[in-house]
Design a protein around this ligand. Structure first.
Ligand SMILES: *Cc1c(COP(=O)(O)O)cnc(C)c1O
Length: 398
């Protein structure tokens, strides 16, 4: 309980980041320290043979930016470096990355296994698009490693999210990856919560790692983007199907914003971790908080692969706290669903999200009505705690 986040993973190899080894175009870019934004849709050929060669399968560079763009390629290389993977592909959103990945790898008749409380729009993708196309989806309690291993026999793909981003259950990445490999099941994880600063799933055998780059990677609440990184053969499958033909590519300006965000990722994550730990620990002492769903307090073995805890967690408020009055009393925290930027956010999850969760199979989202998700941004930690305390006070009914 209550232990400080362990040391973040060593991240930045600034030498390769800023010199030719990282950026093959370094000299051509006048040794600019910030990546140029290639705001272009197409790249012309030198002559007929150059063009004929490109279409014979030796492109020698980007052709048209629905495929590759140099600024986006710089972001893709950087993600592969941070996650220690072979290749990446960026997308216009986190859901773009999730849908393109899953749809490139499964076909009608296949089965996906995923976890209870998986990200809600991933769930909706599975239920509203994939199930009607003849893909089976099974939901299992991701904390129960043996149950997951049983469930993946004969499945095509295991889709993980450790921790889940509303109720924060962990999964045992090492053992699940190993079992999946033996059973020939592809493993995919949504690693948006941890970022490569706190968890690098590919180093534990996970095949593909997805980020909603809109969150911590961007870090400034100004970009919607996604990325998948991992095994080259699987990225090639995505590159040969869903990426070009569904067309969800990332724009060069967004890629540039993401590269800028990545420059401060490690620094921001350390601050988020400190603030999250401070708030979570303080809230466990609060008489009107009945539970704090914070990974730092978990004793699940999925914690082994975490090198720190980010600042997104949930609390369950006592029944005497009115969620509407609590929400309306917040001053520093704002009400909003995303996270990863500088501003702290609260989602009165069950109270407002439940109305949307109507698909009958959505029984996995039977949230406690008093559950509130907390995201700690970069403000002063004491101000944040004081704000929550006064809002809880204002919400007490009698
Ligand atoms: C936001 C989010 C996504 C989706 O990302 P978008 O960029 O909004 O499409 C996926 N997974 C998690 C955990 C998220 O929080």
């Amino acid at each position: 309980m209550n232990e400080l986040p362990s040391k973040p993973l060593p991240l930045q190899d600034h030498e390769t980041r800023h010199h030719g080894a990282f950026d093959p175009n370094y000299e051509r870019h006048f040794r600019a320290v910030s990546q140029p934004i290639y705001q272009t849709s197409l790249f012309a050929f030198r002559d007929f043979d150059d063009m004929a060669n490109a279409y014979a399968g030796n492109p020698g560079g980007p052709i048209y930016a629905r495929g590759d763009n140099p600024t986006v390629m710089a972001f893709e290389r950087e993600i592969a470096r941070l996650e220690n993977t072979q290749a990446s592909r960026a997308f216009a959103s986190g859901m773009g990355a999730i849908s393109a990945t899953v749809m490139a790898l499964v076909e009608p008749g296949d089965r996906i296994v995923t976890v209870h409380n998986v990200y809600s729009d991933a769930y909706r993708l599975f239920e509203t698009m994939l199930r009607p196309m003849g893909v089976a989806i099974d939901y299992v309690d991701g904390t129960k490693t043996d149950a997951v291993i049983d469930a993946i026999s004969g499945a095509k793909l295991l889709f993980l999210e450790s921790p889940t981003s509303l109720t924060f259950e962990l999964q045992d990445l090492e053992n699940l990856a190993q079992a999946a490999k033996q059973k020939n099941v592809i493993t995919v994880i949504d690693n948006s919560w941890a970022t490569p600063v706190f968890q690098r799933p590919a180093e534990h055998g996970i095949d593909l790692v997805i980020h909603a780059a809109s969150k911590f990677l961007s870090g400034h609440s100004d970009t919607v983007a996604g990325v998948v990184t991992g095994r080259k053969d699987l990225i090639n499958k995505i590159n040969g199907s869903t990426f070009p033909y569904l067309g969800g590519k990332l724009g060069p300006f967004e890629a540039w914003l993401l590269l800028r965000g990545l420059d401060t990722l490690e620094l921001r994550m350390q601050r988020h971790a400190q603030t999250g730990e401070y708030l979570a620990a303080s809230l466990t002492q609060h008489p009107k908080v009945s539970q704090v769903l914070y990974t730092g307090f978990s004793d699940h073995c999925g914690k082994r692969t975490l090198h720190g805890h980010s600042s997104l967690f949930s609390i369950i408020l006592d029944k005497t706290v009115d969620i509407r009055n609590f929400s309306n009393a917040l001053r520093t925290f704002r009400l909003g669903v995303s996270w990863g930027g500088p501003e702290s956010l609260v989602v009165p999850a069950a109270a407002v999200l439940h109305q949307k969760y109507e698909i009958s199979a959505f029984r996995h989202f039977q949230l406690d009505p008093q559950l509130v998700r907390i995201y700690c941004g970069l403000e002063n930690p004491s101000d944040l705690l004081a704000d929550l305390e006064q809002a809880i006070g204002a919400g007490v009914t009698s």
